[in-house]
Design a protein around this ligand. Structure first.
Ligand code: ASP
Ligand code: MG
Length: 403
């Protein structure tokens, strides 16, 4: 009998009607002859609400106490789902992470899973029970409760799948898969049937926020296929698999992703020295600000201008810091632009095919989209552009590569 792990997110657990629907799906898998382990998130909105309540009593809740309250959200879901499954005539049992032994490090609010004790899960499966486990939470060896960071129950599900040697992890959500572009922008966007782990990581890091990034990293490391699909239909979704998967369709470009929550900062006309670059980016990283695309332009022999992008929520902090750094390195000016977007073209096929970047640039030029910054990896070409142009850019590239 094969073990399958199913994960249901907050929207799938939103209310009793949704929970009953999930129970039906679980029971169906069980009756097909699988041993089923289910990992769930808190009902939609509950985690946000718990954070709000914590912030109502203090501006700075301690990491430990925040984890104590956040972990309760998932506990609502596991118990209700166990009850709903039992009422359909199958035996089920719910467990918190502490009860199972999902051990993490002690980094509250962003803990990493270190080890999973499978004995309790296996015992219940062998007793013909459906096992329901609270996602997102963990426990330290000292029995302190931790959480994995927002969206972390995808990572719980993959880690549990790996520990149990499951054949695949099904992640049920409110979309039915990954698309070649955002369907709200490109009407002809198609569902991607198979995508590689690396492509998925690039897509997830570039705006397609469907899976928790760490869950894909963990799946890649352990070659655990993920089937991303909708809990509101029976349609096959998107399989996230290894590049060597024989059913993988060979394409040049798998999809176009975009983000609009980018901002750009420019530190203009400073002395051209790597010491300056090192100084600037060391300070930025010391302030825990994440930098995305970086460009360095020479203006004349010994002068240069540095630009970089950050996410919009870090813009104010990054700009204030850059103004201070600008003084230190005697910049002519420091300025920011909040209206930028990033469009990313992703596909493992690019590795072996030259000329993709030039096709992208050509297509943007023909659509009158100015390219501000570019960064590339062997499977991703990212262009920073004016925010007002992003829809035009996504549509043009989607057409140009006949996705
Ligand atoms: N309930 C948690 C959150 O809202 C974990 C998750 O949904 O994956 O972030
Ligand atoms: Mg999620």
């Amino acid at each position: 009998m094969s073990i399958i792990v199913q994960k249901y997110g907050g929207t799938s657990m939103a209310d009793s009607k949704c929970i009953k629907n999930v129970a039906q799906k679980v029971v169906k898998a069980k009756r097909l002859g699988h041993q089923v382990v289910v990992v769930v998130s808190a009902p939609a909105g509950v985690t946000d609400d718990l954070i709000r309540r914590a912030k109502e009593v203090t501006d700075k809740p301690s990491g430990r106490e925040l984890d104590m309250i956040l972990a309760t959200g998932e506990q609502i879901s596991i118990s209700l789902l166990a009850m709903a499954i039992k009422s359909l005539g199958e035996d089920a049992i719910s467990f918190t992470s502490s009860q199972v032994g999902i051990f993490t490090d002690a980094n509250h609010n962003k803990a990493k899973i270190e080890e999973i004790n499978t004995s309790k899960i296996m015992k219940s499966l062998d007793a013909n029970q459906v096992v329901i486990i609270a996602g997102f939470q963990g426990v330290t060896k000292e029995l302190e409760i931790t959480t994995l960071g927002r969206g972390g129950s995808d990572t719980s599900a993959v880690a549990i799948g790996v520990a149990l040697g499951a054949s695949e992890v099904e992640i049920y959500t409110d979309v039915d898969g990954i698309y070649t572009a955002d369907p709200r922008i490109v009407a002809s966007a198609k569902k991607i049937h198979r995508i590689t782990f690396d492509e998925m990581l690039e897509m997830a890091g570039s705006g397609a926020k469907v899976l928790h990034l760490r869950s894909v990293e963990l799946a890649a490391k352990n070659n655990m296929p993920i089937h991303l699909r909708s809990s509101f239909s029976d349609a096959i979704g998107t399989f996230v698999v290894d590049e060597e998967d024989e059913n993988m369709e060979q394409v040049l470009v798998r999809g176009v992703a975009h983000t609009t929550n980018n901002a750009k900062i420019t530190i203009a006309n400073i002395e051209n020295s790597s010491k300056n670059i090192a100084y600037i980016f060391k300070s930025i990283s010391d302030h825990n600000i994440n930098v995305d695309v970086i460009t360095q332009n020479y203006i004349k022999k010994d002068r240069m201008t540095i630009s970089f992008t950050v996410s919009e929520d870090e813009y104010e902090a990054a700009l204030a810091l850059s103004k201070k750094l600008g003084k230190d390195v005697k910049a002519e000016t420091v300025y920011g632009n909040e209206s930028v977007a990033k469009v990313c073209i992703i596909g493992v096929g690019m590795k072996s095919t030259p000329g993709v970047a030039s096709r992208v640039f050509d297509c943007l030029a023909q659509s009158d989209v100015e390219i501000d910054m570019v960064s590339t990896s062997d499977i991703n070409i990212s262009c920073v552009i004016n925010q007002k142009d992003y829809q035009k850019a996504v549509i043009a590239i989607h057409n140009a590569f006949e996705l």
